[in-house]
Design a protein around this ligand. Structure first.
Ligand SMILES: Nc1ncnc2c1ncn2[C@@H]1O[C@H](COP(=O)(O)OP(=O)(O)OP(=O)(O)O)[C@@H](O)[C@H]1O
Length: 443
């Protein structure tokens, strides 16, 4: 079968079968390319090292999909274009990669992990790089601290630079300092030169606009720049910790300008995305020990309100690793103990926690038992019911629920939910229990 067709079929099967999270499919799979190295060897060229790491975790799914389409087992490997180009056999042609290079630690789209919470902002950011100055102008990204606004702004800056665009990236504090400095000197020529220099850019990216000086003259200077960029179809990008309407002290005309393109949020991380970030960070920091999946899920469920915090947690985990033998396996209990004094995140996923708490109380079992492996009738009922509620009340996907309940796969979740549905249909008493629990959870 032609490689392109094969790849389209695999992607379409993955999309239909729900075996892999839709965000991962969109971000890392549909953007990849399939290369047929020999009759039984395939390489999937992924855009980033991060993508390679993530897809490697899902290799079994790919092997299964290739087997169902081709009718035989084949080898499937993942690589980036750069690495593959270095090692590829001479007769395989692969598109050349950009010659400009960013520092290895640069914040880019390829090391930004995408999930439900930041998907929209990520797409918008990519779109302004490929289509600067058009519909999404200005692009205004807002959200709580530590969720990746600066990362996305830097990614825009870096990608635009790779595309040979002139980019001015400033924090609002630096912008204010520079402008105030020029204004204080009172030299008209110097102010005009500064304005002209800024206006020469193709992108004007301003981070944390909530810190911008609200003084009349700085504001006027800023307004002037915004107008110049808008009128000349050049791209403006802003970030802030709140929506334009909630920014205090700005002129109404400024708020209108902020809102005249696309305003998009980055919200608190969902569990699967937090889990990916933790796993990526663990890999980056080179933790020698294996860590149990349920321990990673516990971290993702409890501490995912801020990516900076996640990095801090992994630092502590690495320190714990150094103190132990390399063969040691880090268990859920180690992680619970290690972070017992760290305040848990207060975010939406607490609803899953709340569901588990309420159901666990009803069946007189512990949350640990719900997430664990034991299968007594009460524990099983409590586990399956909690999954059922996560589905019908929170509308979580089966893959997400699997991750939230001790790292189970999505088919286990689906059969648990279907068992509960059957019980509700068959047993009136059970139906009453479910209704009363549902009221308690949603009440
Ligand atoms: N989705 C993500 N994938 C990978 N790294 C991320 C992601 N989100 C955030 N980070 C990392 O977390 C750290 C904090 O993110 P960042 O500085 O972009 O947050 P912010 O929203 O701008 O916060 P603040 O408002 O406090 O400036 C950075 O090191 C960033 O690279």
């Amino acid at each position: 079968m032609e490689t392109k067709k094969l790849w389209e079929q695999i992607i379409s099967k993955l999309k239909n079968e729900n075996l892999i999270d839709a965000d991962i499919i969109e971000e890392y799979i549909t953007t990849s390319e399939l290369i047929n190295v020999s009759s039984k060897e395939y390489v999937i060229l992924v855009r980033s090292n991060l993508g390679v790491t993530i897809l490697n975790e899902l290799k079994d799914v790919f092997i299964y999909e290739f087997k169902t389409v081709l009718g035989e087992f084949v080898s499937v490997e993942f690589s980036t274009k750069t690495i593959f180009n270095k090692n590829k056999p001479m007769n395989i042609k692969v598109q050349a990669v950009s010659e400009k290079e960013l520092p290895t630690n640069a914040l880019t789209f390829s090391n930004f992990i995408v999930g439900a919470s930041n998907k929209q902002a990520n797409l918008a950011a990519k779109s302004v790089v490929s289509n600067p100055g058009s519909t999404f102008n200005p692009l205004f990204i807002y959200g709580e601290s530590g969720l990746g606004k600066t990362h996305l702004l830097q990614a825009i800056k870096n990608e635009a630079w790779l595309n040979n665009k002139k980019v001015l990236y400033l924090t609002s504090e630096d912008f204010t300092k520079t402008v105030v400095n020029a204004l204080n000197k009172g030299d008209f020529n110097e102010i005009e030169t500064l304005k002209n220099e800024m206006n020469l850019n193709d992108f004007f990216i301003l981070d944390d606009v909530q810190f911008l000086s609200k003084k009349d003259k700085t504001n006027e200077f800023f307004f002037n720049i915004i107008n110049n960029f808008t009128e000349n179809g050049k791209q403006l990008v802003f970030s802030s910790d709140k929506t334009p309407e909630l920014l205090n002290g700005f002129d109404k005309r400024m708020i209108t300008r902020f809102n005249s393109g696309l305003t998009t949020p980055i919200t608190a991380l969902d569990v699967p995305t937090a889990k990916l970030i933790i796993e990526w960070e663990i890999k980056k920091q080179g933790l020698k020990q294996k860590i149990k999946e349920e321990a990673v899920i516990y971290l993702a469920q409890n501490f995912s309100d801020d990516v900076r915090k996640i990095k801090g947690l992994v630092n502590r985990l690495s320190f714990f690793g150094i103190q132990n033998d390399e063969s040691y396996v880090i268990e859920l209990d180690d992680v619970i103990d290690l972070f017992k004094d760290t305040p848990s995140a207060n975010l939406g996923l607490l609803n899953v926690k709340k569901i588990k708490e309420i159901v666990a109380k009803k069946y007189d079992v512990t949350i640990k038992a719900i997430d664990g492996k034991a299968r007594t009738t009460d524990i099983k009922n409590a586990r399956h019911l909690s999954m059922y509620f996560a589905k019908i009340i929170l509308n979580h996907t089966s893959t997400q629920i699997g991750a939230e309940f001790g790292g189970r796969d999505h088919s286990t979740v689906l059969s648990a939910i279907s068992r509960i549905e059957k019980l509700i249909y068959k047993e009136k008493e059970f139906k009453k229990i479910v209704e009363s629990l549902k009221n308690e959870i949603t009440g």
